[in-house]
Design a protein around this ligand. Structure first.
Ligand code: RIB
Ligand code: CA
Length: 313
């Protein structure tokens, strides 16, 4: 097998972040060289704690977890306890972590690691607001030519928004950070609501995960059953969108996904549409095609991959 792909997961756990982290840690194709926590679904003190709880659930307490930005670059922090619960990881009862939080700041870790590792060998996987990534890019412009790719969950266009009528949560929380990333020149793959809303945690899929009968399988089923209730009530569907694991699944099996190279820009001026991602899907502008914008997924193949890999933990 080829050498494992080095990735850094930037995250605001969050049940769907948790499943993404578990999928990555279960997959030998990936080498998770660090996990950087950011404020988002819940405040930073909880996202860095949850990230460590998840690593221990995976049986990987040696994973390096770093704490990053406690608020967006410009706007005040907006959180989502109504979706994720007051802990951010409601559902299973996971023990307090024994593994340490790394002393270095997440942004320092990102800068130092991306300068130290061979250029083009580290992929960034942001699953929350892009604050840490943007701060690193602003701090050290050389990173833009050293990051292999940014594969992120965020945005929405045909599906519109989930936190406002037009904006998706990760981009809405820190639209200025998203603007820095989208204009950075780093190759970007975007997993927006247009694709994640096609990856629903139906009762049959959650049962298959619970039926693994492992500590991880049961805990993930408990996470999903808590996490999905908000979106099931909102959208009237069987199951809710499983957003963040789409990022990791893309690295493992890109053939499960399809999209188009497009220009993606973000609204920073209007309060009404703040954080909206404007996608030039039909190429009507001359703006640079700065992202592979994913729109479709083989959702059965996605959940088969996820369930198969979770069984390995
Ligand atoms: O809009 C969905 C995104 O916001 C996901 O990353 C979820 O974890 C929340 O951060
Ligand atoms: Ca997230």
């Amino acid at each position: 097998m080829a050498a494992a792909k080095k990735i850094i997961i930037d995250t605001d756990p969050g049940q769907d972040d948790a499943v993404a982290i578990l999928l990555a840690l279960a997959s030998p194709e990936l080498d998770v060289i660090g996990i950087t926590a950011v404020a988002g679904n819940v405040p930073l003190a909880l996202t860095q704690l949850n990230a460590r709880k998840i690593c221990e659930l995976a049986g990987r307490p040696e994973t390096k977890v770093f704490s990053g930005a406690f608020r967006p670059m410009v706007r005040p922090l907006v959180t989502a306890e109504e979706v994720h619960g007051k802990t951010g990881l409601d559902g299973p009862d996971l023990p307090e972590p024994q593994m340490p939080l790394q002393a270095a700041h997440a942004v320092d870790f990102l800068v130092e690691t991306l300068l130290a590792e061979e250029a083009g060998t580290v992929t960034l996987c942001p699953l929350g607001p892009l604050t840490n990534i943007a701060l690193a890019l602003v701090r050290e412009p050389r990173l833009a030519h050293r990051i292999e790719r940014i594969v992120l969950m965020g945005g929405g266009y045909f599906e519109q928004g989930n936190v406002t009528p037009s904006a998706e949560f990760n981009i809405y929380v820190d639209p200025h950070a998203a603007d820095v990333v989208l204009k950075s020149g780093v190759p970007i793959v975007m997993m927006p609501l247009d694709v994640t809303h096609k990856a629903l945690t139906t009762s049959a899929r959650v049962k298959a995960i619970r039926d693994l009968g492992t500590r991880v399988g049961v805990a993930v089923a408990e996470m999903l059953q808590f996490f999905e209730r908000f979106d099931e009530a909102k959208y009237g569907t069987d199951g809710g969108p499983l957003h963040d694991p789409c990022v990791i699944a893309y690295l493992l099996k890109p053939e499960l996904f399809s999209g188009r190279e497009c220009n993606v820009a973000v609204e920073l001026a209007s309060e009404l549409t703040m954080g909206t991602t404007v996608v030039d899907w039909w190429g009507v502008t001359k703006r640079p095609k700065n992202a592979l914008y994913i729109r479709d997924i083989d959702h059965d193949g996605f959940f088969a991959l996820l369930t198969e890999r979770l069984a390995l933990l």
